[in-house]
Design a protein around this ligand. Structure first.
Ligand code: S3P
Length: 429
């Protein structure tokens, strides 16, 4: 797609939107449906490019997956039901697909090759290939298993006792999926708590997993049974509208159906600390993942420090938090976030470079960024760099700009939020 002229100088945002399905949970529901026995039905599935890559990979592994109107039906035949793919498995832009899939394929007695796009080709895989090789998988890739293409010949795995070197839900989940196929009990220790959708989903599919502080214990040889999953809205998608509502004058936005898993709600904590006028209407928790509605109004914001164990609970929200900080009084510091460098883009660089083009006062540090507020944003030509969250953050930033804003590579947004612009346009008054 050519560049997109973004809406600027918006007076007000007002109305209600229903947030689309959570990306992390959508991926996992397809994966668990594929390795469980029997039928799995998924509603409110996110039809974003990343989750469609997951479906395509599991179809190539021989799983029957029907798809219509954001509803998915899967017939699983257990781990044993997966068959050697005739083709290369292409994960597109999706880190969650490739990393979790490696954990599943590590225990399967056949050969497969995993590839992805240019961004995936730069993302570190040793954090997964290393421990999976220790468990006994024959796994390799470019630069000694560090980068795609990755090849795997799986087989019988031995359990692992492993302390993760980085707080990463993708690495933790890959090891849990491998541990489910190992002979015996594995223990995985996280340095800080990360999103726990995999753990919740194992229980939902009838399996067992124990958690004692940050130590997770999982037994091999478990049989999982198909389940009915309703995917809650993605708080990482809601985050763009939470920030938009807080920074655009005279706004009020109701966000319906937002997943409120406490391992994901760091953005709410930070916004509250910054003084946001944010109301949470928590629904009764009947489902396996807590859900609620959020109401955000224009807010008087003050700077804050975002650091430490909070970082994994808002890692994907840092680009939009950086924009929020440009509209807060004082200097906001984001630290302990070096993981940003290995996301879809180096998000320290892309956030700092692109927000500067619009007139923000922001500097990169080794492990985060420093933002001085409050600044008037002007306008200019910016790029998503092929990163969905950078594209959405810049589209929200443009609303405040007094001059024109052109966004290069807007199509990246469909990775996690295909109807983002439709939702945004509905709110513009
Ligand atoms: C995800 C985990 C996070 C996050 C990504 C989705 C997941 O990555 O950034 O968007 O679904 O497990 P890391 O585990 O690499 O931090």
């Amino acid at each position: 797609m050519a560049s997109l002229k973004l809406k600027t100088s918006i007076k007000r945002l007002f109305g209600e939107i229903t947030i689309p399905g959570d990306k992390s949970i959508s991926h996992r529901s397809v994966m668990f449906g594929s390795i469980a026995h029997g039928e799995t039905k998924i509603t409110n599935f996110l039809p974003g490019d990343d989750c469609l890559s997951t479906i395509s990979c599991f179809r190539k592994l021989g799983v029957t997956i029907e798809e219509a109107d954001n509803q998915i039906r899967i017939i699983g035949n257990g781990f044993e039901g997966l068959t050697e793919p005739n083709e290369v498995l292409d994960v597109g832009n999706s880190g969650t697909t490739i990393r979790l899939l490696m954990g599943i394929l590590a225990g399967r007695p056949f050969f497969s090759t995993l590839v992805g796009d240019e961004s995936i080709g730069k993302r570190p895989m040793t954090r997964v290939t290393g421990p999976l090789a220790k468990m006994g998988a024959k796994i390799d890739g470019r630069k000694d298993g560090a980068f795609t293409p990755i090849s795997i010949r799986g087989g019988q795995l031995t359990p692992i006792q492993y302390k993760l070197p980085v707080a990463s839900a993708q690495v933790k989940s890959a090891l849990i999926l491998a541990a489910l196929q190992a002979e015996g009990e594995s223990t995985i220790i996280e340095p800080a708590e990360t999103r726990d959708h995999t753990e919740r989903m194992i229980r939902k599919f009838g399996g067992e997993i124990d958690k004692d502080n940050q130590a997770i214990t999982v037994k091999g040889g478990q049989n999982l049974t198909g389940a009915t999953i309703h995917v809650p809205g993605d708080i990482s998608s809601a985050a763009f509208f939470l920030v938009a509502g807080a920074i655009i004058p005279e706004s009020e936005i109701v966000l319906k159906n937002v997943g409120l898993n406490p391992t994901r709600t760091g953005i709410i904590e930070v916004m509250k600390k910054m003084g946001a006028d944010l109301e949470i209407i928590q629904k009764e928790d009947h489902s396996f993942e807590p859900v609620g509605d959020l109401i955000i109004k224009t807010s008087n914001l003050k700077a804050t420090v975002v650091e430490g164990d909070l970082i994994p609970k808002l890692i994907d929200e840092i680009p939009i938090i950086a924009l929020l900080a440009t509209q807060a009084e004082g200097t906001t510091v984001i630290k302990d976030a070096e993981e940003l460098k290995v996301k879809e883009t180096n998000r320290i660089d892309t956030v700092v470079d692109e927000l500067r083009k619009l007139g923000a006062s922001i500097e990169a540090t080794d492990d985060g960024m420093v933002i001085h507020g409050k600044t008037q944003l002007n306008g200019g030509s910016v790029s998503s760099h092929g990163d969905h969250r950078i594209g959405m953050m810049l589209s929200i930033a443009a609303l405040l700009c007094r001059n024109n804003v052109e966004l290069e590579q807007p199509e990246a947004i469909s990775v996690s939020y295909p109807n983002f612009f439709a939702h945004l346009n509905n709110l513009i008054r």
